[in-house]
Design a protein around this ligand. Sequence first.
Ligand SMILES: Nc1ncnc2c1ncn2[C@@H]1O[C@H](COP(=O)(O)OP(=O)(O)O)[C@@H](O)[C@H]1O
Ligand SMILES: [Mg+2]
Length: 398
Amino acid sequence: MSVGIDIENVVKKYGSHTVINGLSLRIEPGEFFTLLGPSGCGKTTLLRMIIGFNSVEGGDIRVGGRRINDVPPSRRNMGMVFQNYAVFPHMSVRENVAFGLKMRHVPEAEAARRVDDILRMVKIEEYADRMPAALSGGQQQRVALARAIVIQPEVLLMDEPLSNLDAKLRVEMRNAIKRIQRQVAITTVYVTHDQEEALAVSDRIAVMDGGVIQQVDTPRNIYQRPANVFVSSFIGLSNLLEATVFEEGGQKGVAFPNGYRVPMTNLSEEAKSGLPVAVSARPEEFIMEASARRPSLRTPEGRAAFGGSAVSEQSAGRFVEAPDAPGEGIPAVVQSSVFLGLTTHYFVRAENGQELEVIQQEQAALADGERVLLRLRPEKINVFHGASRTTLIRGEPE
Ligand SMILES: Nc1ncnc2c1ncn2[C@@H]1O[C@H](COP(=O)(O)OP(=O)(O)O)[C@@H](O)[C@H]1O
Ligand SMILES: [Mg+2]
């Protein structure tokens, strides 16, 4: 039976320094739950409070309904995987994994069977008799994971378990960890500063900053509907644009300084007409088109056709007149681009000088220096209060 974890108003102080000041969380039974945040935000501190390596200066931690604040770590029935593997160097893989069972006086035959099962699950059975020094980092981390779960803990805790692995192995191991967690269905609290890793493995994510939870939600909601500007910027790439709320004849939306308006249907009550806001757009959420072309101004043949004299050398290759009516979008100029096969990343500069990143799937290449018009997808963008930096998007109706 999987257990839930209730963290209620917990406080952590190191001496007189308060690192966590009244944090609450509910982790569901069997859930893969991730604490995500920048270095120093308090992830390890919170994890160590759950396992019992850290004292708790206020509030309660309950596992399966039982308050565990004062229960010693050895009696909490939790498994932990650390960043630096922490396997016993003088024991073989099999001995490492069997160690916890030996400590718990599990009969030898049963222990051997359980160790074999787990070694197979984490796919290191062929290395069972090797010493850790003869294993790669990824294999050592599999041993550490096997050792943590073989004791059938109620809770599995992992603190940046993939940080010491190279990029390719990290992806492979995170898939393995997710598969194994599903298989054993142990309530899991996973710590990482890597947002992509968090999105890939988690049922839910708590985004932390400065010891404070910013948002708890599914990976999809964290990415698509960030609660505030911090989450929006920390997860994935966000372009932040200044705008104001408009309201006209019952229609709300956001208006940009050049008159471009994006009507929206999901702005909250708090979004009053004239309110300064920050609009957040993911690079892939722009619609980018070359500005209406005046080919006669661009090519040598065109110049000739236009009469030659109308275009100076300096303006060759550029657009001389603003080709779009004001307010149709955000005018910008392509600075550079990176072709990545499936997508192309464009770095563009908006009229106000702001640098924006735009990702497009269409293969029609836009040249450096080309003028473009950016439009926003109203259902995709996020809008934050200009001062409080919190979302002004209404929650989805249930
Ligand atoms: N043993 C300790 N003594 C004093 N301060 C600590 C100790 N451990 C962590 N801290 C401080 O607590 C804050 C959170 O640290 P930590 O939980 O390790 O962050 P994270 O794991 O998110 O990188 C940091 O400011 C860190 O310097
Ligand atoms: Mg840490």
